[in-house]
Design a protein around this ligand. Structure first.
Ligand code: GLN
Length: 466
């Protein structure tokens, strides 16, 4: 039997009631059964190889337990492709700090998970290597862009995984797959070795079965890293040791902008149940308004695309893997990019280049930056009145493959995760009921570096609603 989560596996292993090799066997049984349909992984260790790695880590605190890693996070054991033709087969000469720290604690990387190309998307359909499917219903998407990580954890193919969250890519797939996803405060977990999409927004976060597992992984990854100049000057902290469910006396803000009528009666009555649960646990629900919410999406798509257009300029057919032979250097670069990038990545590069171009800079990029500052200020003002903010993680449960064909309808899936990302705030999604028979996530958002409080409240709600 597969242990239900990382913490339980660790407890059983320490009690000598389970071995890491048995965990590997159980994961590979789930993989054999479900992976042909789910397709969460782009690369996977060989079973015996993984057991050998686990054995080598047996004396470390995490005892060689396996971890799945999103394929835009650099690893030494496997290629790092970002689900792009341009990086097919690319092997990083270094590994991400987050991965190095988790390995030092005794986790081993079992494989690399699928994503929307360069983490641009909300469904994992933008992967150059084919979509991942939702384990709850294979006609539906797992969300994105960390869809492979969320699906692997939900399907029992991984005990825990790493994702990346720029505008919602850890939380939204966690919500759509019925698992836990944590976006840490910007700068708390090093971005070193996370392939850059939008550097002022990018974060690495855990995707797990439980809140306690998320706290465990965060404890092992967090803390200053001199290799990332935006890494916060905070020492590592144990978010697990003192973690207790707590909600009594907390004021929880519910922004009216996060519960629009369009959510539909089933989701809205679920939110009512969350409010009752919060009050049952001694918390207070405080109605709130965040009127700038409607400007977050356009500001995000300008800022994120502008940064992406600069970051992705490095893929020139000279460095990295894909090179299309052509007459002359300019033609070679143009053709390598034309063939290497998918349509969504090209759309973002075009939009970002335009937004940054002379004459338009202030009108688009400059304005979006000013909106971003105002949104951060609006959150600060809200947190003067409440401890945490909550609402649905995403407006809908998992949608069908192919359902959101126009880009705007896809972007709307991140309506509730983007504002807090722009403000650099930590946020967590936990499974909190069903809508249309599918998992529906509750998101909690906190002030910067409020992870201990955020996790304590999430743990209380997980127990009440899980
Ligand atoms: N879905 C959003 C986008 O497409 C967020 C992606 C992310 O967080 N990596 O940009």
């Amino acid at each position: 039997m597969l242990p239900r989560n990382l913490t339980e596996a660790l407890r059983l292993i320490r009690a000598e009631a389970l071995s890491p090799a048995e965990v590997v066997d159980a994961l590979f049984r789930a993989i054999a059964e479900r992976e042909p349909v789910v397709r969460a992984f782009l690369a996977l260790a060989d079973k015996e190889e993984l057991k050998a790695w686990a054995h080598a880590a047996r004396d470390k605190p995490l005892r060689g337990l396996p971890l799945a890693v999103k394929d835009n996070i650099c690893t030494l054991e496997f290629p790092t492709t970002c689900a792009s033709r341009l990086l097919e087969g690319y092997r990083s000469p270094f590994e991400a700090t987050a991965v190095a720290r988790l390995k030092a604690a005794g986790l081993v990387v079992q494989g690399k998970t699928n994503l929307d190309e360069f983490a641009m998307g909300s469904s994992t359909e933008n992967s150059a290597f084919g979509p991942t499917r939702n384990p709850w219903d294979p006609t539906r998407v797992p969300g994105g862009s960390s869809g492979g990580s969320a699906a692997a954890v939900a399907a029992g193919e991984a005990l825990a995984a790493l994702g990346s969250d720029t505008g919602g890519s850890v939380r939204q797939p966690a919500a759509l797959c019925g698992v836990v996803g944590l976006r840490p405060t910007y700068g708390l977990v090093s971005r070193y070795g996370l392939v850059a999409f939008a550097s002022s927004l990018d974060t690495i976060g855990p995707i797990t079965r439980t809140v306690r597992d998320a706290a465990l992984l965060l404890s092992l990854m967090a803390g200053h890293d001199p290799k990332d100049s935006t890494s916060l000057p905070v020492p590592p902290q144990d978010y697990c040791a003192d973690l207790r469910p707590a909600l009594a006396g907390f004021r929880l803000g519910l922004p009216r902008e996060y519960t629009p009528r369009e959510l539909g009666p089933e989701a809205l009555s679920l939110v009512d149940r969350w409010c009752a649960a919060i009050e049952g646990l001694g918390g207070e629900v405080v109605p709130l308004s965040l009127p700038l919410t409607e400007y977050a999406l356009p500001a995000y798509y300008l800022i994120a695309s502008a940064e992406a257009s600069a970051n992705l300029a490095r893929y020139d057919g000279v460095r990295y893997t894909l090179r299309v032979p052509a007459q002359g250097v300019r033609e070679m670069i143009a053709q390598s990019r034309a063939l290497g990038f998918g349509p969504e990545v090209k759309r973002r590069i075009a939009l970002g280049t335009f937004a940054l171009s002379a004459g338009y800079y202030d009108q688009y990029y400059g304005k979006a930056q000013r909106v971003r500052t105002l949104i951060a200020r609006e959150f600060d003002e809200a947190f003067a009145k409440v401890d945490l903010i909550f609402g649905p993680t995403s407006p809908t449960p998992a949608f069908r493959l192919g359902e959101k064909a126009d880009p705007l309808s896809m972007y709307l899936s991140d309506l509730f995760t983007i504002p807090s990302a722009l403000a650099g705030l930590p946020a967590i999604s936990i499974p909190a009921g069903k809508v249309d028979g599918l998992p529906f996530g509750l998101q909690l958002i906190g002030p910067r570096l409020s992870e201990p409080k955020l996790l304590a409240a999430a743990l209380a709600l997980e127990e009440a609603l899980g």
